[in-house]
Design a protein around this ligand. Structure first.
Ligand code: ADP
Ligand code: MG
Length: 289
């Protein structure tokens, strides 16, 4: 495209709520056939709230929230925010560590506490009693995110948190499809939860339980298969994938790291604007041909 066409396109983008990093960014949408969407914070609101606390026999709900809540107060994850907010715990945390893509660990009030995926607890030989494991499966089937809590060598509770799909997501997916693009939902969350969200948003293809470091590998694999890929995300764990994609689009409501890694920012965090961006670039490129 001519510099003038790109400048006009960039200006039009600003009006639509699309922040375009450089004029070339508009050209990179050329040939996009696949849109990879992060789940939490991109297709969903990203603001989670604590729903249920299921405890193992003999465990107290208050104690679960006191220990798990204190630990989660040290994490930025949307799940952690929901738990910390509901618990409002003042217990003292030492040796906090984030276990990438799995959860958190630390010493709370002298107890060695784990909160996260059942796999994280299993690494410490903490296995959920069957009743809790069933609650976990049921929560996942409802599309809720559920995490396990254990301390001092024992799995003791399951916490469920719920997120909502943004009201605009399904419409955005319809628009992206109408543009001939294939949407794929990509998430670190559980497969069943991912499928439930995908179904509600109108997405058929799901790649779930992907570790943060592997999101970029998924984009690379799709590119190797001959696809031209747009990635839309908001999190720190999306940054590498956003940079790798042929077109990276960050939610303006997301983290700075994601915004820096992207070609475009959807200022209001409205997924429908991603379709506007693709349309705008197609028009801009057509102007000069
Ligand atoms: P996503 O942002 O797509 O959910 P993450 O890689 O951040 O992916 O997290 C993957 C999974 O790891 C979460 O669904 C959750 O089960 C677990 N997890 C990660 N961080 C935490 C945390 N701070 N507290 C509880 N669980 C966590
Ligand atoms: Mg996210």
């Amino acid at each position: 495209a001519t510099p003038t066409a790109l400048m006009v396109g960039t200006g039009r983008g600003a009006q639509l709520g699309i922040l375009i990093k450089g004029p070339e960014a508009l050209e990179s949408t050329h040939g996009i056939d696949t849109v990879v969407l992060d789940k939490t914070g991109t297709v969903t609101s990203g603001t989670m709230t604590l729903k249920d606390v299921f405890t193992a026999e003999g465990e107290e709900r208050d104690e679960v929230l006191r220990l798990a809540g204190a630990l989660e107060a040290a994490s930025e994850h949307p799940i952690a925010r929901a738990v910390a907010r509901a618990a409002n715990s003042t217990a003292k945390v030492e040796d906090f560590a984030n276990v990438e893509g799995l959860g958190v660990q630390g010493v709370v009030d002298g107890h060695a506490v784990l909160v996260g995926r059942p796999q994280l607890l299993a690494e410490w030989s903490q296995h959920l009693p069957s009743g809790l494991s069933e609650e976990l499966d049921r929560a996942w089937a409802r599309g809720e995110t559920a995490v396990a809590v254990g301390w001092d060598g024992k799995a003791r509770a399951v916490l469920t948190v719920a997120d909502v799909i943004k009201p605009t997501s399904a419409e955005a997916i319809t628009e992206l499809r109408a543009l001939g693009l294939r949407p794929i939902l990509l998430t670190g969350d559980n497969e069943t939860v991912a499928r439930t969200v995908a179904e509600a948003a109108g997405i058929d293809d799901v790649i779930a339980e992907v570790l943060p470091a592997d999101k970029v590998e998924v984009v690379k694999r799709l590119q190797t298969e001959g696809r031209t890929v747009a990635m839309i995300g908001d999190g720190v764990n999306d940054a590498a994938a956003l940079a790798q994609a042929d077109l990276g689009m960050a939610m303006g409501t997301g983290t700075d790291v994601a915004i820096e890694a992207s070609d475009l920012t959807l200022v209001r965090g409205d997924l429908r604007v991603a379709a506007d961006a693709i349309r705008l670039s197609r028009r801009t490129l057509r102007t000069i041909k």
